[in-house]
Design a protein around this ligand. Structure first.
Ligand SMILES: [Zn+2]
Length: 254
């Protein structure tokens, strides 16, 4: 069910006390190469939410999209609207807290944009403090191994995102304008204004020209399957695996 489509009466009758899981698409308004729409980061999470809603129509509510994000590195490109990181954090926090206040024990941010990860992590902490469980899905990171079975690389407006946008809103994609960026950042994170021309040449990181609708459909299908499993794991509390001392215990969260 969609939060915005309900009346206050239908919400009181069907959501309060009955539904405890909300999905919030989170996007950005920013340049995506020269070929993808400015709203790409909202369109993809919204498409994933539609698929999850179809799987669990009586179990999940879809909240209105948080359409503005934090896009410092692309702020100078025509059409980009970048909010400060602290404003996105505050906005997402207050929305998350109020969703929790309406009985949402599982507050799931389905994020489409890397610049939102820091602010959303802060919002998740606020949600946790009011007693709910917050989940953050960054589809292109969390399911990267699966995605790399379909495409050769992942990156902003690159082969993966271009493919998915061709599957979601082909009418808005202008492949004839696609340009590839020959530069790749090394693994160490470096940020400075004088590096942006290389880091985000043509507002892209990678080669979008290899994108195709078929690859996008394949990515959406595998991400959808992963998300369905993840939601079932969240509801069943299957969020940890025991290592039994067989690993070295290293994680990405040092
Ligand atoms: Zn994007």
């Amino acid at each position: 069910m969609y939060w915005q489509e309900m009346t206050t009466k239908t919400f009181a009758d069907h959501a309060v006390g009955h539904m405890d899981t909300v999905l919030i698409p989170v996007g950005s308004v920013q340049a995506h190469g020269l070929h993808l729409p400015l709203g790409s980061d909202s369109y993809v999470p919204e498409a994933l939410c539609r698929r999850l809603e179809a799987h669990f129509p009586d179990r999940v509510l879809i909240a209105p999209t948080l359409a503005y994000g934090h896009s410092w590195g692309l702020a100078r490109w025509p059409g980009t609207i970048s909010l400060s990181s602290r404003l996105v954090a505050a906005y997402a926090s207050e929305v998350g807290e109020q969703l929790a206040g309406w009985g949402m024990r599982h507050v799931v941010f389905i994020n489409g944009h890397g610049g939102n990860i820091g602010p959303l992590t802060e919002a998740m902490e606020r949600v946790a403090e009011v007693g709910s469980r917050a989940v953050l899905i960054n589809w292109w990171i969390d399911f990267r191994d699966d995605i790399l079975q379909v495409v050769t690389e992942t990156g902003h407006a690159s082969e993966d995102e271009t493919s998915v946008m061709l599957a979601v809103r082909q009418d808005l994609v202008r492949m004839g304008d696609a340009e590839s960026n020959p530069y790749r950042l090394r693994r160490v994170l470096v940020i400075s204004e004088d590096l942006l021309d290389k880091a985000m040449r043509h507002a892209v990181a990678g080669n979008p020209k290899r994108g195709s609708r078929e690859k996008g459909e394949a990515i959406l299908k595998t991400v959808e399957q992963r998300l369905v499993q993840l939601m079932e794991d969240v509801w069943a509390d299957r969020l940890f695996e025991e290592t039994r001392g067989t690993t070295d215990g290293s994680t990405e969260n040092h």
